[in-house]
Design a protein around this ligand. Structure first.
Ligand SMILES: Cc1cc2nc3c(=O)[nH]c(=O)nc-3n(C[C@H](O)[C@H](O)[C@H](O)COP(=O)(O)OP(=O)(O)OC[C@H]3O[C@@H](n4cnc5c(N)ncnc54)[C@H](O)[C@@H]3O)c2cc1C
Length: 417
């Protein structure tokens, strides 16, 4: 910790893709930024995600469709959705809120908010990646979402209609057309939708670290330490570290992903943030000739090509932040992937588990804390943190500069629960 880090214009807490994107944009705008991270840059969920800029994913997870699938999924303890029995009492209130958020009217409101954030995300991601000189990391080869019957495709249609209304381009495919976009798929996948505008990053942790290097070149500083508390005064925020020291900023940004809850609560925002744990395996690059991201919607996982290899994973496990990982979940998805892509070579993989920071209505918290305009929340992006990182940075920068935010922030306020 160097003396010049003691005071900053903005203290960003958390070095995942959200905190790093915020630090980058604030530094671009000339703010003196210090980012506080207890581990390394991109050591949380931003390390091992699927690397997709899923701008077309405007449908919240909390939707009538998921409520139809959930009972079937919950039967299989290694399936797309599971709750560890030991964690059930803790997650029950979150699940109840999720169920309420899945009602058609509530889901419609979340979809509109998500769509507005995604429109901003598309333009801001392009801008941020260009500014940071990282365009060579961006791939635009689309996403192929696969279905095993006409009925399964038909059940997904409300989501596609909502996307059509948002002007999101996609087309339906069957048979030969699917094989043209991805040879080697099991014939059980009879129907598909293809989203040509879908983009992916070369590797999510490389991207976050490269973005941080760019922020550093713009003048952002890094402080290693764990934040234990926050205090707010009329003209500044005080960030308290576990070693007893503190740092003052004109603003503090809470971007600690799944660990943000206690810091938000320190200033009175009791947000029902929990974690949807996700699992994957990254195989060597030669494991399969993958042409583009494949989404196996009915099985809750994706297969993605990254510079680090072929990544297979997804799924949701409710088990909190402390219980040990159950890597049988990674293995179960790998076995399924092998049956969907028979030529897949499954040896030599690395397994990983990450903590998605999730709110029950599938929207993040972005906005000022209810107790103080000096503390800005930027967490809870669930399955879409990489996708929404640049948009979140734009909104945080708007709040720091006291400009009207680029989109209406009321659906994202901490007090909405
Ligand atoms: C399997 C899986 C696949 C995914 N695929 C995608 C995808 O394809 N596209 C997409 O958009 N999203 C995806 N996501 C979601 C995405 O990874 C997350 O939404 C995103 O990484 C969250 O970023 P974050 O910066 O908020 O949190 P994190 O990356 O978790 O970063 C939080 C940081 O805060 C630090 N921290 C926490 N508490 C403190 C403290 N008290 N003091 C100091 N530092 C602290 C942590 O060490 C950590 O580095 C996926 C997630 C998973 C698990």
């Amino acid at each position: 910790m160097t003396p010049q880090h003691r005071d900053a214009e903005v203290v960003v807490i958390g070095g995942g893709v959200i905190g790093v994107s915020c630090a980058h944009l604030l530094a671009e705008e000339g703010a003196k930024v210090v980012l506080v991270e207890r581990g390394e840059i991109a050591c949380g969920a931003s390390f091992g995600n699927a690397g997709a800029f899923a701008f077309s994913d405007i449908m919240p997870l909390a939707s009538p469709g998921i409520m139809r699938k959930a009972p079937r999924w919950l039967i299989d303890p290694l399936g797309p959705l599971s709750v560890r029995p030991a964690y059930l009492p803790k997650i029950a209130p979150w699940l109840w809120r999720f169920w309420r958020a899945s009602a058609p009217q509530a889901c419609g409101r979340s979809t509109s908010a998500q769509a507005a954030l995604m429109r901003l995300a598309r333009s801001e991601t392009q801008r941020l990646i260009e500014t940071a000189g990282l365009t060579s990391m961006l791939r635009s080869d689309g996403n192929l979402e696969l279905y095993e019957s006409a009925e399964e495709l038909a059940a997904s249609m409300p989501g596609w209609q909502a996307r059509e209304e948002e002007g999101i381009e996609f087309r339906q495919l069957s048979g030969e057309e699917i094989a043209e976009l991805q040879p080697g798929l099991s014939p059980r996948f009879t129907h598909a939708t293809f989203v040509p505008g879908w983009q992916s990053i070369a590797d999510p942790s490389d991207y976050t670290r490269a973005l941080w290097e760019s922020a550093r070149r713009l003048g952002a500083g890094l402080m290693s330490g764990e934040v234990r508390g926050l205090e707010a005064e009329p003209d500044h925020a005080k960030v308290l570290l576990s070693d007893g020291s503190s740092i003052r900023g004109r603003y503090a940004v809470v971007a600690c992903g799944a660990w943000s809850r206690p810091l938000a609560a320190a200033l009175g925002d009791h947000v029902p943030l929990d974690t949807e744990r996700g699992y994957n395996t990254t195989l060597p690059g030669e494991a399969f000739d993958l042409k583009r991201q494949l989404t196996f919607a009915g099985h809750g996982f994706v297969v993605t090509r990254l510079t680090s290899g072929i990544r297979i994973g997804g799924a949701v496990e409710f088990a909190g932040l402390d219980l040990p990982p159950n890597f049988e979940r990674s293995d179960a998805m790998l076995r399924k992937a092998k049956s969907f892509l028979p030529a897949l070579r499954t040896e030599g993989g690395h397994r990983w588990m990450g903590f998605r920071p999730s709110l029950p209505d599938s929207l993040p918290v972005i906005g000022r804390s209810s107790a103080s305009a000096r503390v800005i929340h930027a967490f809870g992006h669930g399955h879409l943190g990489l996708t929404q990182s640049a948009a979140t940075a734009r909104l945080v920068a708007d709040l720091v500069a006291d400009r009207p935010p680029a989109i209406d922030l009321s659906p994202f306020r901490a007090s909405r629960f």
